[in-house]
Design a protein around this ligand. Sequence first.
Ligand SMILES: Cc1cc2nc3c(=O)[nH]c(=O)nc-3n(C[C@H](O)[C@H](O)[C@H](O)COP(=O)(O)OP(=O)(O)OC[C@H]3O[C@@H](n4cnc5c(N)ncnc54)[C@H](O)[C@@H]3O)c2cc1C
Length: 238
Amino acid sequence: VLAAAGVERRRARVLTPPRPVAGGWHLELEPGGATVAEQVVLAAGAGCRALAPALPECHRASWAGVLALPARPTLSPGSASAWWRHAARRRIVQPRHWQRPGLERAAPGLGQERWIVDAGCAPWGEGLLLGQISLVRPGLDTGEPPEPVAMEARLRQGLAGLDPLLAALPGPYRQVPVAFGSGGLPLVGPLPGAAGLWVFSGFGGAFAQVPVLAPLLADVIAAGADASVLAGLGVLTG
Ligand SMILES: Cc1cc2nc3c(=O)[nH]c(=O)nc-3n(C[C@H](O)[C@H](O)[C@H](O)COP(=O)(O)OP(=O)(O)OC[C@H]3O[C@@H](n4cnc5c(N)ncnc54)[C@H](O)[C@@H]3O)c2cc1C
């Protein structure tokens, strides 16, 4: 779809915050050197703050970790628990009450790091994801990755409350930083005082929100549509 629309994709890291220059924004890319773009959308998840340090404080990041099994467990008739059977049959298991949104809402007032486990599983290609542990630190800096051995042990402890057999599966453990909005709203729109620089990040339910919001933001940028349509959908604009 993108190629048919004439979109050229480049894989590179943006090294420093975009700098305003004549004709748009100067981007320092690695690899690829410098480039200038008329319009720039920051959609770098937890990497957004390094590119726009003045982002509102509601834009924060957590560390999320899962066990990423390359193959799903096989059924051993009779002995398997209900949760094991769901996992083996490629069903998604989610908590009835998620703890992550509460942790994210509490983020601005945290005096020390806090973590929770929302125990569940989901098919992942031929494999299985078991998760998820979420860790939030005080302040706006994502910081260094949390100690993986301790994080994995906490995750397994949380999973054991669901099913000790699933909790004992081998792994490996993987963790990534994930952006969120502490008020529960994503940040989608222009950055104040920076014409041509936009932000698109901090989703609480990206799989549902992004397909709706991305075309709307594109219409605002490329077709001059009224940006208030975004605010009307419950997002924070810039
Ligand atoms: C285990 C797990 C399960 C999840 N399950 C769900 C789910 O079921 N439903 C749901 O809606 N959401 C889910 N999420 C959340 C969802 O994955 C995120 O909300 C979503 O990925 C956010 O998309 P994004 O593009 O804004 O940021 P990201 O996916 O974080 O992507 C940002 C990208 O920007 C890149 N980047 C960062 N800095 C730079 C830079 N300086 N230069 C160039 N590139 C840069 C990063 O490498 C990354 O590729 C889950 C997350 C995790 C970790």
